[in-house]
Design a protein around this ligand. Structure first.
Ligand SMILES: *Cc1c(COP(=O)(O)O)cnc(C)c1O
Length: 513
């Protein structure tokens, strides 16, 4: 089929004047719309044309045509390219957004996922025709199990939070089975979560049908083991532990925590979203964990931000394997690959086989790095984050000033007292310096927190430039930062209002403000 770019087609309508498309203003795609203009045109098929009314029963037809923008390919590409130039991205520069692991994604991974043999396969194609894909998925699962020290995994969950929910459903399936088989007598109703946990943890616990019990952190930033012991009883289904925790610290008493939770019959869930801190060094399976979720879109260099698509595989210990979602890719005794649903499967948690092309990216990332390369990822991620803490201590507060893992948490508590400089001010001022802001006001247990995750992909020169900028900001009077960002396409927004009053079309846009 020929596809003719229709650049100058359809005269008339309002021509967009050049000044609108400058840095300070960009029309919406609806404002660029000209009735009758299209991005492509097709040659006549020579067949009679039917109207919508002839093809679709009247009651199913929309009352009016959809109000879609009518633009040429040229205008559309110009529009999205101009918008993309206003955007900060991992391809543009350092993105020290703690907990999110916004590291550079090697283009090699995109290239391999785009190989026609992977990209063009329909997910419903039979196993006999997709042996290569199945081998990729089985190998990826095996590697993820090796890295985490677990028995088997599901690749279906499309995000970290989806992995958490899957893990909690597995936890529930295990406990239900214990009750049904008479191995347990009390129903489990509670899941323990430290107060430093990622916000998705308690949300997943609620969705999984459990009640959250929060345990505090001690003055070293780790789980308060005495408080944990007090919370443990035979109603506890398990604990969800993030390690390194959201303070960037390695939980020191894991062996003791694992023993105590197992003793009351609970399961141990490892939030391994930030596996980049421990790759090739320690394994959750060896620490006694029963369930681990990973964020391939953090540690294993799958692009993320802007809503995905990600991948949050869940790996489990042997006793939970029969509950995994299905169908799972498996290697059969003949050496051929096939799909199989485990005996007591909790069912599907995602359509088809998960976000397969994200899985292909992670596969090529692991293959390209090899075991020693993955270990180096962790070594450098941890080294970089410790370098930053050392360099900035004295300029910013370091609430827990001891060796951290892949990220470090600073605070502006003193600067706020002296000059009114808040974490938000620093983050906004840093945008003017050409960096993405760190995570702010998280973890919740640190006031005025700046959570910095440099990742292993940034050079020493970049880390120096970032710290130079943060030192400059701390040395200013504070006025500059209150005004910032002064050079970005938009200044400070009313973020709460922006989230609550979404205005999807230009028609509904309120008058200039
Ligand atoms: C990012 C993250 C999650 C959630 O992952 P999503 O893919 O965003 O759903 C959960 N836990 C921790 C510790 C994380 O850093």
């Amino acid at each position: 089929m020929t596809r003719v770019p229709d650049a100058a087609a359809a005269p008339g309508g309002r021509a967009t004047s050049a000044p609108l498309m400058g840095r300070d203003e960009e029309p919406t795609v609806f404002e660029l719309s000209v009735p009758g203009r299209a991005a492509c045109s097709f040659p006549s098929t020579g067949l009679p044309e039917w109207s919508a009314e002839e093809l679709v029963p009247a009651e199913h037809l929309a009352e009016a045509p959809l109000a879609l923008a009518e633009v040429s390919e040229r205008d559309l590409v110009g529009h999205v390219t101009r918008l993309s130039h206003r955007q900060y991205s991992v391809d543009l520069g350092a993105y020290p957004l703690g907990s999110c692991t916004m590291k550079y994604n090697p283009k090699l991974c995109d290239e391999s996922a785009a190989l026609p043999g992977l990209r063009d396969v329909h997910p419903a194609a039979p196993a006999a025709l997709t042996q290569g894909w199945l081998e990729l998925l089985v190998s990826l699962e095996e590697w993820l199990c090796e890295v985490t020290g677990m028995h088997s995994a599901t690749l279906q969950p499309p995000a970290g939070a989806a992995g958490e929910l899957t893990g909690l459903l597995l936890m529930r399936a295990w406990h239900d089975d214990q009750l049904a088989s008479g191995a347990a007598t009390t129903p489990r109703t509670k899941v323990i979560i430290p107060d430093s946990a990622h916000g998705t943890n308690p949300a997943s616990v609620t969705l999984g049908g459990y009640e959250t019990v929060t345990v505090p952190s001690d003055d070293r930033g780790c789980v308060d083991v005495a408080a944990l012991r007090e919370a443990l009883d035979d109603e506890v289904a398990g604990i969800m532990l993030t390690n390194p925790n959201t303070l960037g610290l390695f939980e020191e008493d894991i062996a003791e925590i694992a023993a105590a939770v197992h003793e009351v019959g609970g399961l141990l869930y490892y939030d391994g979203a930030n596996l980049n801190a421990i790759l090739g060094v320690v394994r959750p399976g060896d620490m006694g964990f029963d369930i681990v979720h990973m964020n391939l879109h953090k540690t294993f260099a799958v692009p993320h931000g802007g809503g995905g698509p990600g991948a949050g595989p869940v790996a489990v210990s042997e006793r939970l394997a029969r509950f995994l979602p299905g169908p799972r890719p498996v290697r059969t005794p003949t050496g051929a690959y096939d799909w199989e649903t485990p005996a007591d499967s909790i069912g599907r948690v995602h359509g088809w086989h998960g976000n397969a092309l994200a899985l292909a990216r992670a596969y090529s990332y692991i293959l390209a790095n090899g075991g020693d390369g993955l270990r180096r990822v962790a070594d450098l991620a941890v080294l970089n984050a410790n370098w930053i803490r050392h360099r900035l201590r004295g300029t910013y507060d370091v609430p827990f000033d001891r060796p951290n893992m892949h990220e470090c948490v600073l605070a502006t508590t003193t600067l706020k007292k002296e000059r009114g400089l808040t974490a938000l001010d620093v983050a906004k001022r840093l945008l003017e310096e050409g960096f993405h802001a760190p995570t702010t006001y998280f973890p919740l247990i640190v006031p005025e927190a700046l959570m910095i995750e440099p990742t292993e992909t940034e050079s020493l020169q970049t880390l120096e430039a970032l710290c130079d900028a943060l030192e400059r900001i701390a040395a200013e009077s504070g006025e500059e930062a209150h005004e910032a960002p002064r050079t970005a396409p938009v200044r400070r927004l009313d973020e709460a209002r922006a989230a609550r009053q979404v205005i999807p079309t230009y028609d509904a846009r309120p008058a200039e403000q």
